[in-house]
Design a binder for this molecule. Structure first.
Ligand SMILES: [Zn+2]
Ligand SMILES: [Zn+2]
Length: 264
C-alpha cells in the first residue's frame, strides 16, 4: 500500500529535531507525498516541559513559516498542526487560540506525560506499574474526550516501560480502545517507533512501540488507525509509512480517512 499523506512531523524548535518546515515540504514533494502535516510539539502558555518544545514566544513565527510554506509549495497540501499534551488549564489555549485565532488545521493528542497523584509522570520509563498504566490510560481517554484531537499519537507508548503484555496491559488497552471507538478518534501506528532502537523484554527483543499485541487487540474494537512517520528530520518525512500500514493490514484494522482536514 502506498501512503502519500503524513500528518506528524517536527522542526528544530522542539530541540530534538532538525531543520525547518520548508525542508520538510521539499523532502515531501521529492518523495511524492501529497499531504504534509507539520505538528511540532506545541508551545504551552506556561512554558511547561520547555526542554522538548518551543517557547510560547516562538509560536507566531512557527505559524508564520507554516503559512509561508503553504504558499511556497502549492503542489503539496501543507497543514498547520501541533502535537499536544492535554490538560484542563490548556483547554482554551488549544481550542480558542490554536484552533481558533491561529487557525491550526488540526491538533494531535499525545501522552508523553500523564498525571498521577497530583504529579506529571514521564511516559518514557514511567508507565511501568499497574497503577501508572491505569493513570496513563485514564489520561489518554480524557485527552480524547476533550474532542480537540484529529487523532492520537502512539497510544501504545507505554510499551517502552511496561515490558510484558499481560492482564494489566489488556485491561488498560480495553479501556482505551472502548473510548476511542465510542469517541471515534483514530489511533496512530507510529513510524518513529519502528526506527528507534529495539528493547529487550522477557518475551524477546521488540519495538518500544508500535507494540504488536496492542494492535492485534485493536481488531476486536471499532477503532480506526492512521500511520505517520513522526519525522524529526526531513529525510524521514515518509519513513516507515508502509511498514506501519502493514501492521494495520496484518490485523485487518480500518484505516481512518482524514482527508476532511484538507478542505478546511
Ligand atoms: Zn518529538
Ligand atoms: Zn511527534
Amino acid at each position: 500500500m502506498t501512503i502519500t499523506k503524513n500528518y506528524h512531523t517536527h522542526t528544530w524548535r522542539c530541540k530534538h529535531a532538525s531543520q525547518d518546515v520548508s525542508a520538510y515540504c521539499q523532502a515531501a514533494v521529492d518523495c511524492g507525498l501529497t499531504v504534509l502535516g507539520i505538528s511540532d510539539h506545541t508551545a504551552l502558555p506556561d512554558n511547561r516541559w520547555s526542554h522538548i518544545r518551543m517557547d510560547i514566544d516562538e509560536l507566531p513565527l512557527y505559524c508564520g513559516v507554516e503559512d509561508q510554506a503553504a504558499r511556497d509549495f502549492p503542489q503539496l497540501t501543507v497543514l498547520k498542526s501541533a502535537e499536544c499534551e492535554y490538560a484542563d488549564e490548556y483547554d482554551s489555549f488549544f481550542r480558542d487560540e490554536l484552533l481558533g485565532e491561529l487557525e491550526f488545521d488540526y491538533l494531535v493528542g499525545a501522552a508523553h506525560f500523564f498525571p498521577m497523584d497530583g504529579e506529571w509522570i514521564g511516559s518514557y520509563g514511567g508507565a511501568d506499574t499497574l497503577r501508572s498504566l491505569k493513570a496513563y490510560a485514564n489520561y489518554f481517554i480524557k485527552s480524547m474526550e476533550s474532542g480537540l484531537f484529529a487523532f492520537m499519537a502512539h497510544p501504545d507508548l507505554f510499551g517502552n516501560s511496561y515490558l510484558s503484555w499481560d492482564e494489566n496491559t489488556i485491561a488498560a488497552s480495553h479501556d482505551l480502545f472502548t473510548a476511542a471507538a465510542e469517541l471515534n478518534v483514530p489511533l496512530e501506528i507510529n513510524g518513529y517507533g519502528l526506527r528507534k532502537p529495539k528493547i529487550d523484554t522477557p518475551a524477546g527483543r521488540r519495538c518500544m512501540y508500535p507494540w504488536l499485541p496492542f494492535w492485534e487487540m485493536a481488531a476486536d474494537y471499532k477503532v480506526t488507525y492512521i500511520v505517520n512517520s513522526d519525522a524529526h528530520h526531513p529525510k524521514d518525512v515518509n519513513a516507515n509509512l508502509e511498514e506501519a500500514a502493514s501492521i494495520g493490514q496484518q490485523y485487518a484494522l480500518t484505516m481512518a480517512d482524514l482527508s476532511y482536514l484538507e478542505l478546511a
